[in-house]
Ligand binder design. Sequence first.
Ligand SMILES: Cc1cc2nc3c(=O)[nH]c(=O)nc-3n(C[C@H](O)[C@H](O)[C@H](O)COP(=O)(O)OP(=O)(O)OC[C@H]3O[C@@H](n4cnc5c(N)ncnc54)[C@H](O)[C@@H]3O)c2cc1C
Length: 318
Amino acid sequence: MKVTDHLKNANGKTLFTIEILPPLKGENIRNLFNNIDPLMEFKPPFIDVTYHREEYVYRKMPGGLLEKITTRKRPGTVGICAAIQNHYKVDTVPHIICGGFSKEETENALIDLHFLGVDNVLLLQGDAIKSESKFVAEPDGHKYASELLEQVVQMNKGKYLDDELHIADPTNFCIGVAGYPEKHYNAPNLKSDIKYLKLKVDMGAQYVVTQMFFDNNKYFEFVDLCRNNGINVPIIPGIKPLTGKAQLTVLPKTFNIDIPEALSEEAEKCLDNTAIKEVGIQWAIEQSRELVKKGVPTLHFYSMGKSDPIYRIAKELF
Ligand SMILES: Cc1cc2nc3c(=O)[nH]c(=O)nc-3n(C[C@H](O)[C@H](O)[C@H](O)COP(=O)(O)OP(=O)(O)OC[C@H]3O[C@@H](n4cnc5c(N)ncnc54)[C@H](O)[C@@H]3O)c2cc1C
C-alpha cells in the first residue's frame, strides 16, 4: 500500500513510522529484526530503509603499498525491504539515490522493487562518497533528485529507458522526496531550496520527509513557507533523539542543523552519554507531543540502528 493511502486512512491521526539502516555487510538479518521487533508494538504502517553507496577503503599490501578498494558497507536495501514486508507484513519505503547508479541500474532496481510488491520509493540525490568533499554524479546517472524523479514518473507511465520495448508494464510507485527546514547545506538560501523542492512536487512527488530538527519552530516555519509557495503535499517531520555528546558537533556539521541552546546546555551538564541519552529522549518526547498536538501526519523517527530510545519515546506518545 502507498504511503499517501496510509496517511489518508489515518483520518488526521498521527502515525508512528521509522527509518532503519540495512545491517553492516556480513551481519545476520535476525539482528535487524531483534532491533525493530519491540517497535512493532506501535504499528508502523511503513518503514523506510536507507541506501548506502560505495566507499573507498585502503588496504596495506605486502611491501607497504596501499591498495584502494571500493566497497559497500551496508548493502541490501532492496532485499531488506522485501524481507520486512514478508516478515512483518508492513509496507516499506526503499531510499533510491542518484549517486553510484547509472540510469540503467536505477531502472533495474525499480523493476526488482516493482516485482517484489514494494509500492513506495523515497528519491534522493544521495550523500557524497565519504572520502570526497562533494557529490559527483555518474556520467550516465542523475545529478539531482528531480532527474531521478522524472525517471520514476516515466516508468509509472510505462515508459522505460528503451522506448522500443514492446511490453512495458507501468510501475505504480508512490514517490516521496526530502525537504530541509534548516536548508540543504549546498543551497545558497532557503528560498532557493524551496524552489527546487517545489519543482520535485510539481513533477510528481506526493509527500516530503524532512531532515531531522530539534526545534519544532523550524519545522512549523518550513511548512508555512512550503504552503505559501504552493507546496501542498504532506510534510512528514523527521525526528532523531540526541544520544551522545559527540552528536552536539557531528549532527550540526553533517546535517546543517542547529541544536537549540536549551538542549545543548542540558547535554553539556551531563557526566556521561547515559545521562545525555536521557536528556535527548525527554527532549524528543516534548517535541513529539507538540507535533502530535499540531496534527502532523506521522512522527518519523531516525533510528540510526538503535531502537531503544525510540521505543521509550513512542511509549509516551502511542
Ligand atoms: C529524509 C531523508 C532521507 C535520506 N536518506 C538518504 C539515504 O538513504 N542515502 C543517502 O545517501 N542519503 C540520504 N539522505 C541525504 C541526502 O541524499 C542528501 O541530503 C543529499 O545531499 C541531498 O539530497 P536531495 O534528494 O535533497 O537532493 P536534491 O533535491 O537533488 O537537492 C540537492 C541540492 O541541490 C539543489 N538543487 C536541487 N535541484 C537543483 C537543480 N535542478 N539545479 C540546481 N540546484 C538544485 C537543492 O537546493 C539542494 O541544495 C537523506 C536525507 C533526508 C532528508
